[in-house]
Design a protein around this ligand. Structure first.
Ligand code: CMP
Length: 140
């Protein structure tokens, strides 16, 4: 399997509860390497550009406001099959459906406040990584 990079975001519900280290431990225990990471405060407009693909959804405004409600940790995870592996570690979008031991089963509060985001495909991962990081910031 190819070595891939994927974008991960630890969302405001998780940073507020001081869960960054516990979530990072799940990524690292699964063999994912954090090759870039920074804690930032998004504006609703910046969150809106990131989530543009969802702009017709009824929850778009709520999602953008939530993502700007506190700090987020944006990070690039690297490893064999990193995109799918990260989605496994995160668990289903709705924590009620997430498998035991996943980030969302253990930490998410609701489908909206679900602790983490991860890219869903190679093309999205490249675009999402470029939104937050320059090539010089990725240190594998
Ligand atoms: P994420 O993986 O970041 O991608 C899109 C986000 O939209 C998703 O996680 C959820 O946080 C959010 N989302 C999806 N469905 C709903 C919903 N029904 N209500 C509120 N937010 C949602």
């Amino acid at each position: 399997m190819a070595v891939e990079r994927t974008l991960s975001i630890i969302k405001p519900d998780a940073t507020k509860r001081n869960l960054t280290g516990k979530i990072n431990a799940k990524f690292e225990d699964a063999g994912l390497r954090i090759v870039a990471q920074k804690r930032i405060q998004l504006t609703p407009a910046q969150a809106g550009v990131f989530y543009e693909v969802h702009k017709e959804r009824p929850f778009y405004g709520e999602l953008c406001d939530f993502m700007a409600s506190g700090p987020v940790v944006v990070q690039v995870l690297q490893g064999e099959g990193a995109i799918a592996k990260n989605r496994e570690v995160m668990g289903a979008t709705n924590p009620a459906d997430a498998a035991p031991g996943t980030v969302r089963a253990d930490f998410a509060e609701s489908v909206g406040e679900n602790s983490v985001h991860g890219s869903d495909a190679a093309e999205t991962a490249a675009k999402e990584i470029a939104y937050f990081f320059s090539g010089l910031e990725l240190v594998g």
